[in-house]
Design a binder for this molecule. Sequence first.
Ligand SMILES: [Zn+2]
Length: 192
Amino acid sequence: MSDKSTSSNPATAAPPEKPVAPLKIYPIVKYGDRILEKPGEPVAKFDAALEQLAEDMFASMYAAQGVGLAAPQIGLSLRLAVVDVTGGKNPEAKIVLANPEIIHAEGEVREEEGCLSIPGFRGYVMRPQFVTVKAQNAKGESFEIRGENLLARAFCHEIDHLNGVLFIQHLSMLKRDLIRRKIKKLRKQGEW
Ligand SMILES: [Zn+2]
């Protein structure tokens, strides 16, 4: 922006904005924190605070450039996750999963996967090609959604989080131990 512009000119002044609750960007909990390996508590209260939390989780996920984020990853032991495989490009792709369950799975795809709580590490994980998930939205309304490929993988990965399971638990013992050792080293160096 030019330093010669003034806010007094109505033609260039910013339009008044609709009042919206400011979004909170949560720091992402990293591997090593016990909350990541603990099953979340069911979501029991569907209110404005929960809707706000879901929006804050989307904002936190986009800020971290993720396609899914589960409540334990922001330090909340709650069966709540958000998924958007478009990275915020399509508002209709925003999916809130409260108390989700996989009710059908089909096919197998082996693909590389990563996790916002284990930054810098990836590994090949076998996931179903299609899954159908039953969940509630932020208002508590039940719905079913079918996902294919990346979306199916994101559903499985986030539901794993709600059960205290991380993607590295699906890797071979060798690969998992290698990642654990590297993280231990990073932690010693104060880089984790
Ligand atoms: Zn993850």
